[in-house]
Design a protein around this ligand. Structure first.
Ligand SMILES: O=C(O)CCC(=O)C(=O)O
Ligand SMILES: [Fe+2]
Length: 332
């Protein structure tokens, strides 16, 4: 990991597992990986992940517990030295909508950490409803404003348009790009708020913005209600915006959104993730995006695996059949 010239992460946003913790997590992940039916999306396998997630190394458990209570000024947690495949990952997938269905040790470690934070969820209209999704560049989609692209990806709240958007987004690096330049960018409203004047903040709290579903989400046309980009406590608001799909409804709102974008850019960190790094973004207060990079489509391109976490699974029950992990686009 490296952080760009704009600053260093606060200590509480970074935990590097020591070798003993890495070995303990690897043992749990190996046990989970070997659990029948070896399919991440099966209810039995998720139940095993939930049970085993109670046995994480204590320092990791404590860090996750504190992070879910309050994600700190950066609204981000970077875990390093997670178990990876000693032989290196297989060839990076190259297809749109690629997901990880079969259990592997790294994906099991990712699920264990995420299930210790809350409940891993997915959306039936996105990446086939798979709980662990591949973030890989796809040939012909270089300019796409979604994770299949390799152009600069605008800062966004994940699934900002969705009532039950993720509380946390986890991104684990299996392989970085050839040039080691692809960076995950994160920026919290907690760091950006001091850069905004009171009148601008007030406009951002008003329902003068509309957010549509992102390109990755196949929902067709829907009428969206105007919303505030900021909401909740004036001193520590939630942030909901996607600079590719949020539109202001008048000129003053457009001006405020442009100021927010500048402040978010100024407060951003760029993390060059290495294999075994896992970043969790608090999607209530922190935006994320990505630098551009140059894919080669030779099987050795950048490869992240992604999960979404909800802290209160019950809230979305009306969209989840059989109390499963996948949210449907219509009530079940
Ligand atoms: O490629 C990245 O670093 C982030 C992609 C992204 O925004 C996502 O997968 O949600
Ligand atoms: Fe994203």
């Amino acid at each position: 990991m490296s952080v760009d010239a704009q600053g260093t992460l606060s200590d509480r946003s970074l935990l590097r597992l020591d070798d003993e913790e890495n070995a303990a997590l690897a043992a749990l992940a190996t046990e989970l990986c070997g659990t029948a039916p070896h399919l991440i999306d099966s209810a039995e396998w998720v139940a095993a992940a939930r049970r085993l997630s109670c046995a994480l190394p204590p320092r990791l458990s404590r860090t996750l517990r504190e992070f879910t209570h309050d994600s700190g000024p950066d609204g981000m947690l970077l875990l390093r030295n997670l178990p990876v495949d000693p032989e290196g990952p297989p060839a990076t997938p190259m297809v749109f909508g690629s997901v990880q269905r079969a259990s592997t040790v790294p994906a099991s470690a990712l699920m264990l950490v995420a299930m210790a934070m809350g409940e891993v969820i997915a959306y039936d209209k996105e990446k086939h409803g798979a709980l662990v999704q591949n973030v890989v560049p796809v040939p012909g989609m270089e300019e796409y404003q979604g994770n299949a692209g390799s152009t600069r990806l605008n800062m966004h709240t994940e699934n900002a348009f969705h009532e039950f958007r993720p509380d946390f987004v986890g991104l684990m690096c299996l392989r970085n790009d050839h040039d080691n330049v692809a960076g995950l960018r994160t920026s919290s409203i907690r760091n950006a708020l001091p850069l905004l004047s009171e009148p601008i903040r007030a406009i951002l709290h008003e329902p003068r913005f509309v957010t549509t579903a992102p390109a990755s989400f196949d929902l067709g046309d829907r009428l969206e209600e105007p919303h505030g980009v900021l909401s909740g406590a004036a001193e520590d608001p939630d942030l909901k915006v996607d600079f590719s799909s949020t539109t202001p409804i008048d000129d003053e709102a457009a001006g405020a959104l442009a100021r927010l974008r500048d402040a978010i850019d100024e407060a951003a960190y760029t993390l060059i993730l290495s294999p075994g790094d896992l970043a969790f973004v608090d999607n209530r207060v922190t935006l994320h995006g990505r630098n551009s990079f140059q894919p080669r489509y030779d099987g050795a391109d950048r490869w992240l695996q992604r999960v979404f976490v909800h802290l209160d699974l019950r809230r979305s029950r009306a969209l989840r059949g059989a109390n499963g992990q996948v949210l449907s686009s219509t009530p079940v």
